[in-house]
Design a protein around this ligand. Sequence first.
Ligand SMILES: NC(=O)c1ccc[n+]([C@@H]2O[C@H](COP(=O)([O-])OP(=O)(O)OC[C@H]3O[C@@H](n4cnc5c(N)ncnc54)[C@H](OP(=O)(O)O)[C@@H]3O)[C@@H](O)[C@H]2O)c1
Length: 257
Amino acid sequence: MKIVVIGGSGLIGSKLVIKLREHGHEAIAASPSSGVNTLTGEGLAEALKGASVVVDVSNSPSFEDAAVLKFFETSTRNLLTHEAAAGVGHHVALSVVGTERMSESGYFRAKIAQETMIKNSAIPYSIVRATQFFEFLKQLADISFDGDKVRLPPVLFQPMAADDVASALGRIAVGPPVNGTVEIGGPEQFRLDELVRQRLAALKDPREVIADPEALYSGAKVSLRTLVPDKTARLGETRFETWLTQSAAQIPSRKVG
Ligand SMILES: NC(=O)c1ccc[n+]([C@@H]2O[C@H](COP(=O)([O-])OP(=O)(O)OC[C@H]3O[C@@H](n4cnc5c(N)ncnc54)[C@H](OP(=O)(O)O)[C@@H]3O)[C@@H](O)[C@H]2O)c1
C-alpha cells in the first residue's frame, strides 16, 4: 500500500515512515525538505499519485495565532483537494486530546479548524487525538518559563512516548477509516507540574517548577481533566521511567508542538 506521510521528516513522521516500511508498505516522507509543501501545493500532486492513504503529522513552523490558523486551514484544504483528485481513500490526521476544550488557545483553534475541515470533506478519515508526547516536556517547560520560574497548572496529564504515537498511527493508517475520532494516551497519569519537574531534573536543568493554578496551558485555562483522554482511549505501553532511561530522552527535540 502506498502511504504518504505529510510531515514525514518530523518527530512522529520519521518514526511512522520507518514502521510502515518495516511492515512492507511503500511509505513516502513528504515535507518541504523533500520538495512537498502543503501550504503552496508544491509537489503534492506528484507525491499523492497512486496513494491509498495520507497521514498528516505536519506542524506549523510558527505558533503565532494567525500563522498557525493559516497553516492548518491552508494546508488541510490543499491536502484534501489533492487527495480527492488522486483518489486517496483514507485521510489520517494527528490532533491533540482535549482540543475542543482549549479553544482559548490560538494553537487549539487551529487544530479545531483542521479537524472540522476533515470531518466536512468527502474523503473517508480517521482523526487520532494523542496526549502530549514525553519528548515535548522540555519544550513545555520552555514555553511556560517566565524568565524566573516555570509555571504550570497542577492538572492531570497522561503523556506518551512518540514511538507509541507512531505505532498507533501506523495501525490506524493501514486499517479501515473510522470516520470519527480515536483517542490515544500514555499508560499512567501524573500531575503536569510534577512530571515537568522530573524531566528537568533528569536533564540537570536547574529551573524551578511552580504549581500555579492560574497558569495557562498553551494560552488556555485548563481544569483537572482537560488534558486527559476518555476511558476508551487506546494506551501506549511505554512508561515514563522506561522512556527516561532510553537514549532518545537525553536529546531534547527541536521544536514546540
Ligand atoms: N507535541 C505534542 O505533545 C503533541 C501532542 C499531540 C498531537 N500533536 C500533534 O502532532 C503533530 C506533529 O508533531 P511533531 O512534533 O511530530 O512535529 P515536528 O517534529 O515539529 O515536525 C513538523 C513536520 O511538519 C512539516 N512541515 C512544516 N511545514 C510544512 C509544509 N508547509 N508542508 C508540509 N509539511 C510541513 C515539517 O517538515 P520539514 O522538516 O521539511 O520542515 C516536519 O516534517 C502536530 O500536528 C501536533 O499538533 C503534538
